[in-house]
Design a binder for this molecule. Structure first.
Ligand SMILES: Nc1ncnc2c1ncn2[C@@H]1O[C@H](COP(=O)(O)OP(=O)(O)OP(=O)(O)O)[C@@H](O)[C@H]1O
Ligand SMILES: [Mg+2]
Length: 318
């Protein structure tokens, strides 16, 4: 991307391969050579089908899992091969996990879950409680929920607690992995406001991962479409949504836009298919077998980057 702003995140040729099966011979290329930048104070959206590698990418950037190779820079600093526990980074980089049930300690009350990062980082002492009241208000929950355990909260309430916890240290970068998935429409717009405020007040940057294309369209500045471990299209969000160029992006957007029975019939051929392609072909384009625009060359030739406009590109053979 050619934004002039300073980048908060720079990712270069990041790969994460998982090995499984007998003698670890089966290789899942969850992230397969991804490069991008997120300018300070901007939000990048990441969309793609289930299993395309979105969460793995988010976790690799935050060093929650070790990438197989590649580079990640946070404010210009190489963070993957930095020695020692990245405690300073943890303060500045946070994640809202896709599974909010699994990420909240079931033995802690909401109040302690919210205050834990502030206590661990010695921003408050063990007796202070007011920050929890402020945080729970930000995510529009009533204060009396502070004394409940996670299993006494609804899925949406747990999600809001996870969001409040992630923003408690006012991080400069947040990976929001399906952050609004279990919220109703009102909840989603409230959280969008919270993110907007963080962006304005603290210049927080985001990587928003979501299946909710409306959410991505409304909350992000730049967007990437991931398929089978790779970015197949990237650009300004408005260009991706107004002028999708990759056949996979087009099918993804048409599945959202065409809701009339006529349109469903029109798109049936594409939408009925499960595009999942976890083990990539040795050569050629991984979308080949589903692509409505495929040519014989796509079967053998590796797709290359083609620019649609200055900041907008696709990974395609033709
Ligand atoms: N620890 C692991 N061991 C082996 N394979 C894994 C592991 N974690 C993820 N994978 C595989 O890597 C691929 C990408 O998974 P990932 O969770 O990143 O997908 P995703 O795009 O976030 O999907 P969703 O939209 O469903 O959340 C999947 O095929 C998944 O099965
Ligand atoms: Mg995921």
């Amino acid at each position: 991307m050619s934004f002039n702003d300073e980048n908060i995140i720079e990712v270069k040729n990041l790969k994460k391969y998982f090995y499984s099966g007998l003698f670890q011979k089966e290789c899942i290329k969850a992230v397969d050579g991804v490069s991008f930048c997120i300018p300070k104070g901007r939000t990048m959206g990441l969309v793609g089908e289930s299993g395309s590698g979105k969460s793995t990418l988010g976790r690799c950037i935050l060093r929650l899992i070790k990438p197989s190779s590649g580079e990640v820079y946070f404010s210009g600093e190489d963070i993957l091969f930095k020695n020692g526990e990245p405690k300073q980074l943890r303060k500045q980089m946070q994640i809202i996990f896709q599974d909010s049930d699994g990420c909240l300690n079931p033995r802690m009350k909401a109040i302690d879950i919210l205050l834990e990062p502030l206590r661990v980082n010695k921003f408050i002492n063990s007796r202070e409680r007011e920050p929890a009241s402020e945080l729970i208000k930000i995510v529009n929950l009533p204060e009396d929920l502070l004394n409940r355990y996670p299993n006494e909260l609804s899925g949406g309430q747990r999600q809001r607690i996870a969001i409040a916890r992630a923003i408690s240290l006012k991080p400069t970068f947040i990976v929001a992995d399906e952050a609004t998935a279990s919220l109703d429409m009102l909840g989603q717009s409230q959280i969008m406001e919270v993110f907007k405020k963080l962006k304005l007040e603290y210049k927080t940057s985001f990587l928003n991962i979501s299946h909710n294309l409306n959410f991505i369209q409304r909350t992000t500045d730049i967007a990437a479409v991931m398929y089978s471990g790779r970015f197949v299209e990237m650009g300004k969000t408005k260009d991706i949504f107004n002028n999708p160029a990759h056949p996979y992006t087009r099918s993804l957007l048409s599945a959202r836009l065409k809701v009339t029975s006529f349109s469903i019939k029109q798109n049936n051929r594409l939408n009925k298919k499960n595009f999942s392609n976890l083990t990539q072909p040795v050569s050629g384009c991984s979308f080949y077998q589903y692509c409505p625009c495929r040519k014989s060359v796509c079967k053998d030739e590796s797709p290359s980057k083609k620019y649609v406009s200055d900041d907008h590109w696709i990974l395609c053979c033709h």
